[in-house]
Design a protein around this ligand. Structure first.
Ligand SMILES: *Cc1c(COP(=O)(O)O)cnc(C)c1O
Length: 345
């Protein structure tokens, strides 16, 4: 979270802008909250250049719920085609198989997720309902640098690179993202969906899983997570005031380049992801032996740097460099890594 956002939350916590109450106590039907909801919707539309052909939803349940909702709402009788590029795209596929005829059109699992399969090699059926991709694999540190242009609806899990770079919205038909990585607190999930897709939503879905109904009720079919939504609105303000998507991309490139260059220069730190598929949000790396990695984590923690452990499913080390991470803190990490290499290399 950006430090200024936390400061603002603190300042407004007990009395939201003279309303006499906290957002934590506020009705989602109040005029104050209606303003927050409207403003955040506008802000997000401006940041990503989303026009009126799209509905923008602020939902609950995390990105993981969307793995299933997507299939319920969009698969119809066609296939849900999935591109497997790491942990999260595989999870999305596994969940979709419980709901729809999901299948794998391409996968880099055999290559240990070191690369993104080229779109020209995806085995897509013209009659399929949609193609699902994960634009940034948070755990494996792999990302699409370019989004392919397809003839069928493209659905993207953008949980860990949402708002980190400009996107060409016209390449997609649905984008979803849990807010907590880059764009707000946990508890809120962004879903952007093309109106034309909403028309295909089948009748009879449970109300809370029905995109068309959720859109018609402006994401307030039931009580929304008002506090998370409010904090997210402050994060959207912060991104806008910091310079928007171009600036976020510039900073992401700068932060990640600092780390990739020390990894590339030294034989001490290793990253096996193909150069043109390296994530700018999650930089994964390893040391020659696991004991040294333990030592790295201990010494980093002593120096005030936490959260550098790789995901438990693959081990190793990982630096997550989301929007709110100051470049100066990445420089501190790089300094630490040089010193650690001097001592143990
Ligand atoms: C974190 C993450 C998820 C899971 O998000 P939840 O909100 O915890 O369900 C899904 N996909 C990607 C790419 C993620 O980074």
């Amino acid at each position: 979270m950006p430090a200024t956002v936390l400061e603002q939350v603190k300042a407004e916590l007990l009395d939201y802008r003279g309303s006499g109450i906290s957002v934590l106590e506020m009705s989602h039907r109040s005029s104050e909250f209606a303003r927050i909801a409207e403003q955040s919707q506008l802000q997000l539309r401006q940041l990503l250049a989303v026009d009126d052909d799209w509905k923008v939803l602020f939902l609950q349940g995390g990105a993981s719920s969307q793995f299933s909702l997507l299939a319920m709402n969009l698969a119809g009788k066609g296939y849900a085609e999935h591109i497997i590029t790491g942990h999260w795209s595989k999870r999305a596929f596994q969940e979709a198989t419980a709901i729809a005829s999901a299948r794998i059109a391409a996968s880099s699992e055999q290559q240990d997720y070191r690369d993104i399969p080229a779109a020209a090699e995806w085995r897509l059926d013209d009659a399929s309902a949609y193609v699902h991709i994960t634009t940034n694999e948070t755990i494996h540190g792999v990302a699409y640098q370019d989004i392919p242009q397809l003839d069928m609806p493209l659905v993207a899990d953008m949980s860990s690179d949402f708002l980190s770079r400009p996107i060409d919205i016209n390449r997609f038909s649905l984008i979803y993202a849990g807010a907590q990585k880059n764009a707000g607190p946990a508890g809120l999930t962004y879903v952007l969906i093309k109106r034309s897709l909403l028309e295909q939503v089948p009748a009879g879905l449970p109300s809370m899983f029905d995109y068309r109904l959720l859109a018609a009720k402006k994401s307030m079919l039931n009580t929304p997570p008002v506090f998370s939504w409010y904090v997210a609105s402050l994060v959207l303000d912060w991104v806008t005031n910091s310079g928007g998507m171009e600036k976020m991309q510039q900073l992401a490139l700068k932060r990640s380049a600092l780390l990739y260059s020390i990894i590339t220069e030294s034989g001490f730190y290793q990253n096996s992801v193909a150069e043109n598929a390296r994530s700018r949000m999650n930089v994964v790396f390893r040391l020659q032996n696991p004991e040294l990695e333990v030592k790295f984590l201990q010494q980093a923690a002593q120096a005030g740097m936490i959260g550098l452990k790789g995901h438990r499913s693959i081990g190793g080390l990982r630096a997550s460099l989301y929007n709110a991470m100051p470049v100066s803190e990445v420089e501190t990490l790089v300094e630490f890594m040089r010193e650690f290499e001097r001592q143990h290399g």
